[in-house]
Design a protein around this ligand. Structure first.
Ligand code: TMP
Length: 209
């Protein structure tokens, strides 16, 4: 059986990383082999690129350079980890993927959608999520949560209006692609968000059998 590619997306502090761990355990309890990974990152080169992208000292990084770095990390990730895992029949569970580029660099930084399309095509070479879950949350709430856990990184230091555009960017993707992209309410409790995600994943897995 061909594997499945599931991505979890959302604004800063929406609880993605917690939910990725919970979903991994849920899928493993049903005997699926799960490969958990993240973007930017997931490979040695990708993690090095991540360090540059999140470094709050890199204040002068241009929007185009930022875009290309995310795309470069993704190209390596797809080739080195995601495509091989899917070919081996695994479920790949990824904390962020190309929809983050559409939301952050597209909606957030106003990069031309045609340029995004072209870069997505180059970086992914046809590897695209089968199911994407957007955890939606008011941005001020998410940023406050994130600030309790760590010092703000380069992106988290962007103004509230940037994060609001990103949030709307994710919601627009979900509106455009309701079959692939599902939205859950991230202001609910962790177990309630987990249950909503499990319900969506169950529906997705049932539709494949
Ligand atoms: P996170 O792993 O804590 O979510 O941090 C990743 C940061 O990078 C987050 O601020 C979102 C941002 N990002 C983009 O701007 N574009 C992208 O394509 C990806 C994958 C992440």
């Amino acid at each position: 059986m061909k594997g499945a590619f599931i991505t979890i997306e959302g604004v800063e502090g929406c609880g993605k990383s917690t939910q990725v761990i919970g979903l991994k355990h849920y899928l493993e309890s049903m005997d699926y082999v799960v490969e958990v990974t993240r973007e930017p990152g997931g490979t040695s080169a990708g993690e090095a690129i991540r360090a540059v992208l999140l470094d709050s000292a890199q204040k002068d990084l241009s929007p185009t350079a930022e875009l290309l770095l995310y795309a470069a990390a993704r190209a390596q990730h797809v080739d080195q980890r995601i495509r091989p895992a899917l070919e081996a029949g695994r479920i790949v569970l990824c904390d962020r993927f190309a929809d983050s580029t559409t939301a952050y660099q597209g909606a957030g930084r106003a990069i031309d959608p045609a340029d995004l399309e072209e870069l997505h095509r180059l970086a992914t070479r046809g590897v695209w999520p089968d199911l994407t879950i957007v955890i939606d949350l008011p941005v001020a709430q998410g940023l406050a949560r994130a600030a309790q856990v760590h010092e703000p990184d380069r992106l988290e230091r962007e103004p509230l209006a940037f994060h609001e555009r990103v949030r709307q960017g994710f919601l627009q993707i979900a509106q455009r692609e309701p079959g692939r992209v599902k939205v859950v309410d991230g202001s609910a409790s962790i177990p309630d968000v987990a249950e909503a995600i499990q319900h969506l994943v169950d529906g997705f897995l049932d539709s494949r059998t």
